[in-house]
Every structure is written in structure tokens, then in C-alpha cells.
Design a protein around this ligand. Structure first.
Ligand SMILES: Nc1ncnc2c1ncn2[C@@H]1O[C@H](COP(=O)(O)OP(=O)(O)OP(=O)(O)O)[C@@H](O)[C@H]1O
Ligand SMILES: [Mg+2]
Length: 264
């Protein structure tokens, strides 16, 4: 663990936000927010309803411009002209419901808008199926039986798996997951969390947005807490507790006991 942290101190973050401000009219939603995500880690972003998490995700995805502050990708200023700009940089955002088309099958979804074609210009179904199968296998996904199943027939957990595999297929460097387990049962949640861990092990940076603090403590390396649009704390997951994180989310303050510990 110690070795990993000192490596990290020297490394360039894959994604870095510095002093980001964003208002909607008179409502100042993001206030001087800074956040760094490194390759090979799961960074969790937590906060109460309305804290600004989705707004932050949308600025990273290129859906909202920022009023001030910097977003850097791999150390370089990111010019995020819309969602396509973000995906060209290697940033993939997986939303709970919006990422996939229900009426298309798994392969069609994974290649939507980026289809492989044969020299004759026909869809290269064979190549696409092979790549989709390989990607799912490389992530040890065994719950999907047929790649030609329409997404409408998949469970919530399987859909999430397909959306994440799609991000991996396109060699993304950072995957942003907005509440990936919100609608899932216990077993499916475990599968998705295991997959989140595997993404980090493959060297991707993962930004995980979640309300579920036990999920977050199970998979995250670090936790960033947003409180009313401001970063209240950044924590090592291994050095905090559920109670402390919830206290930070709801008050913006550290627990008194841990403040005492920090002083000693
Ligand atoms: N397009 C918009 N126009 C005006 N206000 C907005 C807009 N989008 C978000 N807000 C406001 O910004 C604040 C933060 O909203 P955001 O959706 O980012 O919170 P959140 O942390 O994702 O909350 P939740 O946990 O409920 O999803 C809220 O007060 C919300 O009303
Ligand atoms: Mg939200």
C-alpha cells in the first residue's frame, strides 16, 4: 500500500479537476472543486442528494462547460466539446439507464456508431462478435449467455456489465460510473463491484459515484466527499469508517473523534 501511494505522489493523474466552479443561473452548484483520479485506482465520489455529484460528472463528460477552473486529462488541458470530445480523450461515462439501447442486442450496443465493416462495406458481424466476446471474457463476465440477446431481456446487473465492457472495449483510460448499483440486488451488486475492481487492476482510472457507503468502502481506494457543492474531505478508504463518511456527507465536518486522532 505504502509503495503504491508514493508511486502515486510522483505520477500524473489521469484526470484532474482544479478549482472548478459551475453555476446554473443564481445557483452556485460546484464551488472550487478539485479532484484527482489516478490510473489503477477506484476513486469514489460521495455526497448527499443535491451535493453536485451528477453536475460534476456532466462537466467531466463534456455536457456542461465550467465557469472557471481547469480540467486536465493526462496532464494536458482537456477541451471537452460535448460528449464525443470526452470519449475521444478516453473518458467513458456509464449512466444507470441511459447508456444502452433496449431494442439492440449486446454486440450492436457495444459497437453502436463505431461499427466494424468488411472491405465490401458490409457490417463485419463476425469481427464484432469476436471482439465483444473477448472483452467480456477478459473481464471474467460469465453471466451473459448470448451476445445476440436484446438488452431489453437483460437484468439490471447484466446491463451494467455490458455498459462497462463497452467502455473497456474502446480502450478508455477512465471510466465514470454514476450510481452503477443503485437498482441492483445483492448478488448483482457484488458482480458489478468485482468488475469495478478489475477495471482498476487493468490500469484504468475509475470514478465511482454512489450513495451506498458500504459499496464504496468495499471497492474504493480513495473517497472524495462533496457537501453542498464543496469538497468536504478526501479520505483513504482503508483508514475511514462508514460512520465517518456518513457524518461528512451530512454535515460537511469530520467526526470529532477522528479530528482528535489526526491531531495526536
Ligand atoms: N440544469 C440545471 N439547472 C439548474 N439547477 C440544476 C441543474 N442541474 C442541477 N442543478 C442543481 O444543482 C444542485 C446539484 O444537483 P446534482 O444533480 O449535481 O446533485 P447530486 O449530488 O447528483 O444529487 P443526487 O444524489 O440527488 O443525484 C441541485 O441543487 C440541483 O437542483
Ligand atoms: Mg445525481
Amino acid at each position: 500500500m505504502t509503495g503504491r501511494h508514493s508511486d502515486r505522489a510522483a505520477a500524473t493523474p489521469i484526470l484532474e479537476l482544479e478549482g472548478v466552479n459551475k453555476s446554473f443561473g443564481a445557483v452556485h452548484v460546484l464551488k472550487d472543486v478539485s479532484l484527482r483520479v489516478f490510473a489503477g485506482e477506484v476513486m469514489a465520489l460521495v455526497g448527499d442528494n443535491g451535493a453536485g455529484k451528477s453536475t460534476l460528472v456532466k462537466t467531466i463528460a463534456g455536457l456542461h462547460g465550467v465557469d472557471s477552473g481547469d480540467i486536465r486529462f493526462d496532464g494536458k488541458p482537456a477541451h471537452l466539446a460535448g460528449p464525443r470530445g470526452a470519449s475521444e480523450l478516453g473518458i467513458e461515462v456509464v449512466y444507470q439507464d441511459l447508456s444502452l439501447c433496449e431494442n439492440l442486442d449486446i454486440v450492436e450496443n457495444m459497437f453502436l456508431g463505431r461499427e466494424k465493416r468488411t472491405r465490401a462495406g458490409l457490417l463485419d458481424e463476425h469481427a464484432m462478435e469476436g471482439m465483444a466476446a473477448e472483452t467480456l471474457a477478459s473481464l471474467s463476465v460469465r453471466t451473459v449467455t448470448s451476445l445476440r440477446q436484446p438488452v431489453a431481456s437483460l437484468s439490471g446487473g447484466q446491463r451494467q456489465t455490458v455498459a462497462i465492457a463497452k467502455a473497456v472495449l474502446w480502450n478508455n483510460k477512465i471510466v465514470v460510473l454514476d450510481e452503477p448499483t443503485a437498482a441492483l440486488g445483492v448478488a448483482q451488486t457484488e458482480q458489478v463491484l468485482a468488475l469495478v475492481r478489475r477495471l482498476a487492476e487493468r490500469g484504468l482510472g475509475v470514478l465511482l459515484i454512489s450513495h451506498n457507503i458500504s459499496d464504496v468502502l468495499a471497492v474504493a481506494d480513495r473517497i472524495s466527499v462533496l457537501y453542498l457543492g464543496r469538497r468536504a474531505a478526501e479520505l483513504q478508504a482503508s483508514a475511514t469508517s462508514q460512520q465517518h463518511v456518513i457524518h461528512l456527507m451530512t454535515t460537511g465536518q469530520h467526526l470529532v473523534a477522528s479530528t482528535m486522532e489526526n491531531r495526536s
